[in-house]
Design a protein around this ligand. Structure first.
Ligand code: MTE
Ligand code: MO
Length: 301
């Protein structure tokens, strides 16, 4: 299996760090290889936990700033400048701060995190990300009593990002989470993949990844994290509120108005491979279902 091959090329420091992270979450060392993805093989799929190839992860992308076709981000983002880069943390907090990418990499050690990405379009990949919990970063600031949500903002630079010259979305790309969702240990700041620095098309130098939500919640090339009182309006909610809600938890029981969400196609298996069943919360229910106790997830889609 590809995963075993990959573990051989993972730098030891990454693994050591991963182990300590898993300990903190209460996992034993024996669960190391797959602890972050649910071990589910629903019979007709070959192996839904197999890592997607580096090539597929880096050439089949959604990143509308660089075009709306899957191959566009790879083609059009190679010369995108990611240095210098600063992230501003602001809004309803005691002291707003700006952090350079260098400060972030020095302060927070990235570790390997294998998580499944499920796009709202009905395909999925399993990706060996490098990253750290967003809560590590957010716990450095003190939200005011008004703060209820966090809003993420991607970079706005139409000279470098030609897609921003077209009103396909309201630029800059924005997303949002409730504070408890943002503070959940699975919510990840991504800095790399396959043991390497993050490619531009995947959101360099820094993007968010929320394993139990549809891919579009995971904003790329982040420049701002803002604590706010009211539920933020994401770019996709602006574009089509009927189709894209604030929560966007992966949910096989709630269809997109134009298609079913019950199954998904695993990228890399070829177009004839059978689709596999989509799992509630993308398979991370044990970890995150308690965030939504008592909520009607059909209404709060
Ligand atoms: N800034 C920005 N972030 C974005 C997008 C985008 O168009 N712009 N697309 C989203 C969608 S729909 C998906 S599925 C994932 C894809 O991430 P990947 O290319 O790393 O697989 O990024 C999300 N983040
Ligand atoms: Mo997506």
């Amino acid at each position: 299996m590809k995963t075993i091959k990959y573990s051989k090329i993972t730098p030891e420091s990454v693994y050591k760090n991963r182990r300590s992270f898993l300990k903190r979450l209460g996992f034993g060392a024996s669960t190391l290889a797959f602890s972050s993805i649910p071990l589910i093989n629903n019979g007709f799929a070959k192996d839904r936990n197999e890592l997607t190839s580096y090539k597929d992860i880096t050439t089949y992308n959604n990143y509308y700033e660089f075009g709306t076709s899957k191959g566009d981000p790879y083609k059009n983002s190679q010369t995108f400048k990611t240095t210098p880069w600063e992230i501003s943390i602001e809004g309803e907090i005691d002291k707003p701060i700006k952090l350079s990418m260098e400060e972030i990499s020095e302060t927070f050690l990235s570790e390997e995190r294998i998580y499944r990405l499920r796009c709202v379009e009905g395909w999925s990949m399993v990706i060996p990300w490098l990253g750290f919990s967003l809560s590590d970063l957010l716990s450095k600031v003190k939200p005011t009593s008004k703060a209820k949500f966090v809003e993420f903002e991607s970079v706005y630079d139409p000279e470098q990002m030609k897609g921003q010259k077209y009103p396909v979305l309201n630029w800059p790309y924005k997303e949002g989470l409730r504070i408890d969702e943002a503070m959940h240990p699975l919510t990840t700041v991504v800095t790399g993949l396959y043991g390497k620095k993050l490619p531009n098309q995947n959101g360099a130098p820094l993007r968010i990844f929320i394993p139990w939500k549809y891919g579009f919640k995971s904003a790329k090339a982040i420049v701002k994290i803002k604590f706010v009182e009211k539920m933020p309006m994401s770019s996709w909610m602006w574009a089509s509120p009927r189709e894209y809600g604030f929560y966007s938890n992966v949910n096989p029981n709630v269809n997109h108005p134009r298609w079913s969400q019950a199954t998904e196609r695993i990228i890399g298996e070829g177009i004839w491979a059978p689709r596999v069943k989509t799992l509630m919360f993308n398979g991370y229910g044990e970890e995150v279902a308690n965030l939504y106790t008592g909520m009607d997830l059909k209404k709060n889609f």
